[in-house]
Structures are given as C-alpha cells and as structure tokens.
Design a protein around this ligand. Structure first.
Ligand SMILES: [Fe+2]
Ligand SMILES: [Fe+2]
Length: 203
C-alpha cells in the first residue's frame, strides 16, 4: 500500500486532530531516523529510502484503531489476542488497547506483513524490551511530535537532540511512570521494565 492511498484512508477513519497527529508522527520519526543515518555505523548496510518508507508506514498506521468505539475495540481485542499476547495489565487500560488492534488491522485489513512495522504499531503505546529500531522511532516520535506541546514533550525533544534516542526513551518512561503515579492511574509495567533495560544498556 502506498503512502497516498493510506493517507486517504486515514482521512476517512480519523478525526482531523488525530490525522494531523499521525502525519506529524511520520514526519518526526523520519527526522529522527535521518539523524541516525548521519552515523556511518548505523547507515552501513541499510538502504535509507526503504528504511524511511518503512518508518513512515509504521507511523501512519500506529493509531489506525484509535477512534473505534469501545465496543468495536473490544471485539477486535479478542481477535488481536490470537496474534499478539495482550497481558492482564494491558487489558485493564482501555486507552492503550488500540495499539495491538491497530497492528491486527494493519495486517488483516491492509495486508501489511512487515514484522518491523507490525511490531512498531503493536508496541507504540507500552514499548517492549528488545524492540527494534523502527519501534523505537515510533515510540519516541509519538511522544514528541510538534503538536504535543506539553512540557514533558519539550524535555524529551531536548534530551534526544542532546543525548540520543535511547536516552530520550528512558526519559519517556520516567515521565510516563511519574504521570501515572501522580494521577493514581494504572501503569503498564513495561514502562518500568523498558526503563531499567535501557538504563542498564547505557551503564
Ligand atoms: Fe496510540
Ligand atoms: Fe499516537
């Protein structure tokens, strides 16, 4: 599926605000990826154009199921469970369930089979230890795209430009944990697991 076709479909499916967010995530993820390609060790063996296409596609798909009604979403959750493990914690947090459902629909409705794209869509809301670079880019871009104008997003933007993507991901986890604790909201444990795994990597 080409980007233009997908954008047309997204325009029909998503509210204007969500559509603008989606395009901004694609542009942001592409910019972040562009910075990675400045490093020769990253660029070696990677074809930049096809990598960018993959990153953009993952970004465009990431919130595909975000605006389904609750009932429809839950219907798809049981189907998505046949492809992606959805744990008990995730099942209790309605606002993150669109992620596995978006991945499920990307494959079944749109025929996307690329595992890196599907992984990025599936884990964009909770992250996952060992996720690939495409998933890391979408995870970060979703948090920092320019329409996110809260102070946490500004902090992460700064952190990534100073200290790199991995450091930014640690900060996203920190801020996510803090937000959920401060507001007494259920927190998916991946935020803690991911933070610890990336901190250990940096040590
Ligand atoms: Fe999302
Ligand atoms: Fe999003």
């Amino acid at each position: 599926m080409c980007e233009e076709e997908l954008k047309k479909l997204l325009k029909e499916r998503l509210s204007e605000k969500r559509y603008i967010h989606t395009i901004a995530v694609a542009d942001t993820a592409e910019k972040l990826a562009g910075r990675l390609f400045e490093s020769p060790s990253f660029a070696a063996g990677r074809e930049q154009d096809s990598f960018m296409e993959k990153v953009r596609l993952a970004a465009l798909l990431h919130d595909y199921a975000k605006e389904l009604s609750y009932d429809k979403l839950m219907e798809y959750v049981s189907l998505a469970q046949t492809e992606w493990e959805i744990d008990a914690d995730e099942l209790q947090i309605a606002e993150i369930l669109h992620a596995p459902v978006s991945a499920y629909l990307a494959r079944t409705e749109l025929g996307i089979e690329d595992q890196e794209i599907l992984e990025a869509v599936r884990f964009h809301a909770i992250g996952k230890i060992g996720m690939g670079i495409v998933a890391e880019l979408i995870f970060a871009a979703d948090f920092i795209e320019p329409n996110r104008n809260f102070s946490a997003a500004r902090k992460v933007r700064e952190e990534i430009s100073k200290n790199g993507l991995e450091s930014g991901i640690i900060m996203i986890c920190d801020l996510t944990i803090k937000y959920h604790v401060d507001n007494r909201r259920l927190l998916h444990p991946n935020a803690v697991l991911l933070r610890n795994a990336y901190l250990r990597r940096q040590a």
